[in-house]
Design a protein around this ligand. Structure first.
Ligand SMILES: [Zn+2]
Length: 351
């Protein structure tokens, strides 16, 4: 199995995000990638530089006016006499959280402050000088993993950073700017008629859900901590099942806070059954490690061994698989989590 990553993804180095009324240091440190690269090396998975795929594959799932905002937001922001170090909104835009709504029209305001409110969904996605470059290359990393699988390899791992699963078609949120898993799923549709996405990050994959909510060719599944008292709060409920042609092709499996390995793996089996019933020809796995009990954001009680079992059960689905890295912020744990996952996932011969 090959992995993909480029150091341009480490340039994005967010300084701050808002947590419970305080400006906090960001959890998405560039050093997360070093730990994950070490884990790949320890199991003998080689890492390759992704090609430059340009913007077209991103435009297949993101609004052009949103990507244009991402591209020049920092430059425009910095030109403001009173600008702080990162683009962060100081006004809030009313967002209807109903999943059945269509994509929004472009922002009417030409002000960078007004557009920041429109395009940045919360205060956990600051835009710095290199954010666009890192987000673009993170998506390219996912695309390179897809092309590895499209070329006949059974699986590939994309060390995506920044993560992607909270990015909507026209909105950044929750440390995410471009939805790498959605870009991957759409790219795979070029060959496969039925694509399943399965998100095991502790947070609901709200962006991935929104992008495919009206479609029956991409099954979206997310298992995550119950959002009633947890980010992203407005979505991730079991009654969100898709809309229109997409009805029946979105599955949310919220887990009670405090759940451990047994509950998580039971939900994973339910998700796997749905993937099989759907008749998926290929799987995009959004792999986060923030459900680990040591993660600073976690409200679940998973241990490292659970990720071995996640890997084993994903392998048992017997599908070509593109693995896309999402969250996981316990620097001392995420390397072990990835190693455990790969030990479960990879055949013994190439472990
Ligand atoms: Zn997460």
């Amino acid at each position: 199995m090959n992995a993909f990553f480029t150091r341009a993804q480490m340039l994005h180095d967010p300084l701050q995000f808002m947590r419970m009324g305080r400006i906090a240091e960001c959890n998405d440190l560039p050093s997360r990638t070093e730990v994950l690269l070490d884990a790949l090396a320890s199991v003998g998975v080689s890492v390759h530089e992704p090609a430059d795929y340009g913007l077209d594959p991103l435009l297949a799932v993101h609004a052009p006016h949103y990507l244009a905002f991402l591209h020049d937001a920092y430059t425009r922001w910095s030109a403001h006499a009173q600008a702080g170090p990162e683009v962060l909104p100081n006004v809030s835009y009313y967002l209807n959280a109903r999943q059945e709504d269509q994509m929004r029209s472009p922002c009417r305001s030409t002000s960078i402050v007004g557009q920041a409110a429109f395009y940045l969904g919360d205060l956990a996605c600051p835009i710095g000088p290199h954010t666009y470059t890192s987000a673009l290359r993170s998506a390219h990393t996912a695309l390179a993993a897809c092309d590895s699988v499209l070329g006949g390899n059974r699986a590939a791992y994309a060390l995506c950073r920044p993560s992607g699963h909270h990015a909507h078609s026209d909105r950044a949120a929750g440390f995410c700017y471009v939805n790498n898993a959605a870009v991957a799923a759409q790219h795979l549709r070029g060959k496969f008629s039925k694509v399943a996405t399965l998100d095991v990050d502790i947070h609901h994959g709200d962006g991935t859900q929104q992008i495919f909510y009206r479609r029956d060719d991409v099954l979206t599944i997310s298992m995550h901590a119950d959002p009633t008292e947890y980010y992203p709060y407005q979505t991730g409920y079991a009654d969100e099942i898709g809309f229109g042609e997409g009805e029946g092709y979105n599955l949310n499996l919220p887990l009670a806070h405090g759940s451990g390995n047994a509950e998580f793996l039971a939900a994973l089996d339910q998700a796997g059954q749905a993937v099989t019933t759907f008749g998926a020809e290929v799987l995009v796995l959004s792999l986060g490690f923030d459900a680990h009990k040591q993660d600073p954001l976690s409200v679940l009680e998973l241990d490292t061994d659970c990720f071995y079992e996640v890997g084993r059960r994903i392998q048992a689905l017997n599908l070509p698989t593109v693995i896309v890295q999402e969250g996981g912020y316990a620097i001392d744990e995420i390397g072990g989590c990835l190693r455990a996952f790969l030990r479960g996932f990879l055949p013994a011969s190439i472990r």
